[in-house]
Design a protein around this ligand. Sequence first.
Ligand code: NAP
Length: 248
Amino acid sequence: MGLLEDKKVLITGGSRGIGRAMVQRFVEEGADVAFTFRSSAEAAKAMEAEFKGGSSKVKGYQSDAGSFEEAGKLIKDVVDDFGRIDVLINNAGITKDNLLMRMSEEQWDQVININLKSVFNLTKHIMRTMMKQRSGSIINISSVVGVFGNAGQANYAASKAGIIGFSKSVAKEVGSRNIRCNVLAPGFIATDMTEQLDDATKANFLANIPLKRLAQPGEVADAAVFLASDMSKYITGQVLSVCGGLNI
Ligand code: NAP
């Protein structure tokens, strides 16, 4: 029996990278999974087809996590389709890197909106459902950059640090209702997002990672399985880094 047998899970940004690996890993553990995407409609259809006929239900939804209205509709649609939501993973995120001197207001606003406000949007709208269930696990994907900052990523680091403060506050507000809220802080993971980094930045990261390699997206998904499952039922308000020791 899987660690997530019969759990209903919603993962934002599940069409690529870490989110996609989480969909796959959660299905392996017996969960039914709803995932979102913003523009990768073909990839989402292919994923649905991949899992069709298996024991888990997997369904993709086009929904902009940065939109408060779309987040509300998404939660309603997923509850209608799946019956309840036991686990919410706020994973959708983007980068718009630039040194502060060159960063535009638009680059700031886009990153804060999609990375941070999205977490408010989804968490706010799921509260009623989880309160009624008197259970739930919310996992918010931050970054080690949100803990120690990074030159050229002031917008991204601010959004990821904001997620940590938000998550600790939510954990304190809803712990008495048996709703947990934790943070995963990945380091340097091999996805489209890190593919964009220049060679010097990659070499600098690698030099500082004690395990001397990038992580695969599935290694973040493994930590998400733990925080989603009852194995972590006494853990809330915590930040778990999956970074090969980059933060020590
Ligand atoms: P990725 O490969 O670029 O994939 C991003 C995912 O987010 C895609 O599924 C994308 O959908 C979705 N997305 C983007 N904007 C969205 C929006 N407005 N609404 C809904 N979905 C949206 O990124 P990743 O590397 O897997 O990163 C996933 C999360 O981990 C992010 O929050 C990122 O900040 C965090 N993280 C990543 C790393 C790393 O090294 N990769 C390190 C630390 C933290 P489409 O396919 O439709 O565009």
